[in-house]
Design a protein around this ligand. Structure first.
Ligand SMILES: Cc1cc2nc3c(=O)[nH]c(=O)nc-3n(C[C@H](O)[C@H](O)[C@H](O)COP(=O)(O)O)c2cc1C
Length: 477
C-alpha cells in the first residue's frame, strides 16, 4: 500500500474535482475527488459546453459507447456564451433505479476518475458519504472501472462497502441494505446493482478490476473497532476527523442551552487506542503547520488529511468569484464559521461560512424557494403501504409534512444539493430567472489561510499547502 503523508480530503460538491485531485496526486501526495452528485456535475459540464473537451475525451475512453452517445445526445450543448437557462435534471435516484440513471452515474464517476488519473501514474482516491446510499453502488463501480486507488467514506458507518468492492472487482451483482426510518427488524430494503445487466457482457469484455484500498472516515475509537469487527471485509486504514474539520461533523456529545455544538474532551479520539489497532491512520482537522504535522506523526499517524486549505487554493473547483470574495474578506478582516445543526437535511452538524450573497445572508435565505429536485440527501422512510418513500426537509413544507416529516425539522434547512452546486460554479437557474445561491463550508481554520498561505498575495496553490505542511520552503512575502 502506498502511504501518502498528505491526503487532500474529498470535498463535495465538486470542490475537490478531478483537476484539484490530479494536481495534488501529481506532487506525490494523494488527491481525492468528491464522488458526491457526479451525475449532476457531468450533465452541468456538458450543458456548459465542455469548452476544453475534457469530459468528451474521458467519455471516448469509456468501454461502452452506446450509453455515452445517449448521454451526449441528451445533454451536450456546444458553448455559445454564458448559460441563461437551467440545467436539465435527470430522474432522481430511487430504490429501483432505471438503466439510464445507473449508466449516467457509472459513467460520471468513470469520467471524474479517468481525468484525475490521466497522464501520470500516481494514486487517486474518491470520497463518498455513507448517508447518500442510493447512488453508491453505481458510483463505486464507475470509479473502479477507471482504476480508482482509494475509496474514502464518512458520514455514517460503512460496514457493507468492503464486500461490495470485492464483488464489483469481479463484475458481480451487489446490493446495499438501506437505512429506512420507521422500518422494523424484519424489513430488509435493498438496492440492487447488476453490472452485467447494465453493460451486457462487461465481465467478458473487461478483466477483473483492481480493488481500491478502503479507508473509512471516523471520529471515535468505538466506530473504528466496530468496523474492524463487523465490516464485510478488509479495512485498510482510517481517517480520524476532529470537530474543527470542514463539511459535515460527527454530532457533539453535548449541546449548549442556545443549541450550539459544544465539542469537548469526550469528543476527542484516544489516538493511543487507534495506534494499537495497527492500521495506517491520518488525522484531519486544522493540520496547518509543519509542527502539527510532526506531532501527528509522533502520535503514530501516517500523515494528515487536509480540506479547507485546498478548498481555497487556485486549483480548487470552487467558483473563482466566491473563492476570491472570501479570500478578500479574510485578508481585511476575519470570517465566522458556524457549526450549524439545521442546515443539512442529513441531521449531521454542518460547518457553514457566514458570507454575504450565500444562504447565510438573511435576505438571500428568505428569497429562496423550497425545492428538492436533485434529492441526494433525502431520507428514506417506510410508507403506510409498506413501500419506501423519500423526503427532504428542504422540500416544500406541504410535501414534507404529507410524507410524515415533522414541522420542526423544516426550520433553517437549505437545499444543500442545489446550494453546493452553486458554490462549485454550477448554479441552477429556475424558469422565473431565479438563480440558486451558494452555501460555503470550511473548517474552523479558514482564517488561518491568510498568514499560512496568502502571505500578502491574493491566491496560493495546492503545492503551497503541501510545502507548508511538509516543512519545505514556501513562498516568501
Ligand atoms: C469545502 C469542504 C467540503 C467538504 N466535503 C466533504 C465531503 O464531501 N466528504 C467528506 O468526507 N469530507 C468533506 N470535507 C472534509 C474534508 O475532507 C477534510 O476531512 C477536512 O476538511 C479536514 O479539516 P480541515 O478543513 O481543517 O483541513 C469537506 C471539507 C471542506 C472544507
Amino acid at each position: 500500500m502506498q502511504i501518502p503523508k498528505i491526503i487532500q480530503g474529498g470535498m463535495g460538491i465538486s470542490i475537490s474535482d478531478w483537476y484539484l485531485a490530479k494536481t495534488v496526486s501529481m506532487t506525490g501526495q494523494l488527491g481525492v475527488i468528491s464522488g458526491t452528485g457526479l451525475h449532476i456535475t457531468l450533465i452541468a459540464r456538458l450543458m456548459d459546453g465542455d469548452r476544453e473537451g475534457n469530459v468528451r475525451r474521458a467519455l471516448d475512453n469509456f468501454p461502452f459507447q452506446e450509453p455515452v452517445k445517449k448521454i451526449l445526445d441528451k445533454y451536450f450543448v456546444p458553448y455559445s456564451g454564458k448559460r441563461k437557462t437551467g440545467y436539465k435534471r435527470p430522474q432522481m435516484w430511487g430504490i429501483k433505479p432505471t438503466n439510464s440513471i445507473n449508466e449516467l452515474t457509472v459513467i460520471a464517476n468513470f469520467v471524474e476518475v479517468f481525468l484525475a488519473k490521466e497522464n501520470h501514474k500516481n494514486a487517486v482516491g474518491i470520497n463518498f458519504l455513507e448517508k447518500i446510499q442510493l447512488p453508491t453502488l453505481a458510483s463505486i463501480y464507475g470509479a473502479m472501472l477507471a482504476g480508482v486507488n482509494y475509496i474514502f467514506m464518512g458520514a455514517g458507518i460503512p460496514m457493507q462497502i468492503p464486500a461490495i468492492i470485492e464483488k464489483l472487482s469481479n463484475h458481480e451483482d451487489v446490493n446495499y441494505k438501506l437505512d429506512v426510518t420507521g422500518s422494523s427488524k424484519e424489513d430488509d430494503f435493498r438496492i440492487n446493482f447488476e453490472p452485467g445487466k447494465i453493460f451486457p457482457e462487461i465481465g467478458e469484455k473487461i478483466g477483473n478490476l483492481c480493488k481500491p484500498y478502503f479507508v473509512p472516515i471516523i471520529s471515535s475509537v468505538v466506530l473504528a473497532k466496530a468496523l474492524l469487527k463487523r465490516a464485510s471485509g478488509k479495512i485498510d486504514g482510517f481517517v480520524i476527523e476532529n470537530s474543527t474539520a470542514g463539511g459535515h461533523n460527527a454530532p457533539p456529545r453535548s449541546v449548549s442551552a442556545e443549541g450550539k455544538a459544544v465539542y469537548g474532551a469526550k469528543d476527542e479520539v484516544d489516538l493511543q487506542q487507534i495506534k494499537e489497532i495497527g492500521l495506517p491512520f491520518w488525522l484531519a482537522g486544522d493540520y496547518y503547520s509543519h509542527e502539527k504535522f510532526l506531532a501527528a506523526i509522533e502520535q503514530g499517524a501516517a500523515g494528515v488529511q487536509v480540506g479547507t486549505a485546498f478548498a481555497f487554493c487556485k486549483e480548487s473547483g470552487m467558483d473563482p468569484e466566491i473563492r476570491k470574495s472570501i479570500i478578500e474578506k479574510i485578508k481585511k478582516d476575519s470570517i465566522e464559521i458556524v457549526t450549524d445543526f439545521k442546515a443539512s437535511p442529513t441531521g449531521f452538524p454542518f460547518k457553514v461560512v457566514q458570507h454575504s450573497g450565500s444562504v447565510t445572508d438573511k435576505d438571500v435565505y428568505n428569497e429562496r424557494c423550497r425545492i428538492c429536485d436533485i434529492g441526494l440527501l433525502r431520507q428514506a422512510y417506510k410508507k403506510e403501504d409498506g413501500e419506501v418513500g423519500f423526503r427532504c426537509s428542504a422540500e416544500p413544507e406541504d410535501a414534507f409534512i404529507s410524507k410524515g416529516g415533522k414541522a420542526e425539522e423544516l426550520e433553517g434547512t437549505v437545499c444543500l444539493c442545489n446550494n453546493l452546486f452553486a458554490t462549485a460554479g454550477m448554479p441552477q437557474i429556475r424558469k422565473d430567472g431565479y438563480t440558486e445561491p451558494p452555501v460555503v463550508t470550511s473548517g474552523d481554520a479558514l482564517n488561518s489561510i491568510k498568514n499560512n498561505f496568502l502571505k500578502g498575495c491574493n491566491e496560493y496553490s495546492a503545492s503551497d499547502v503541501i510545502d507548508l505542511i511538509l516543512g519545505k520552503k514556501t513562498k516568501s512575502l
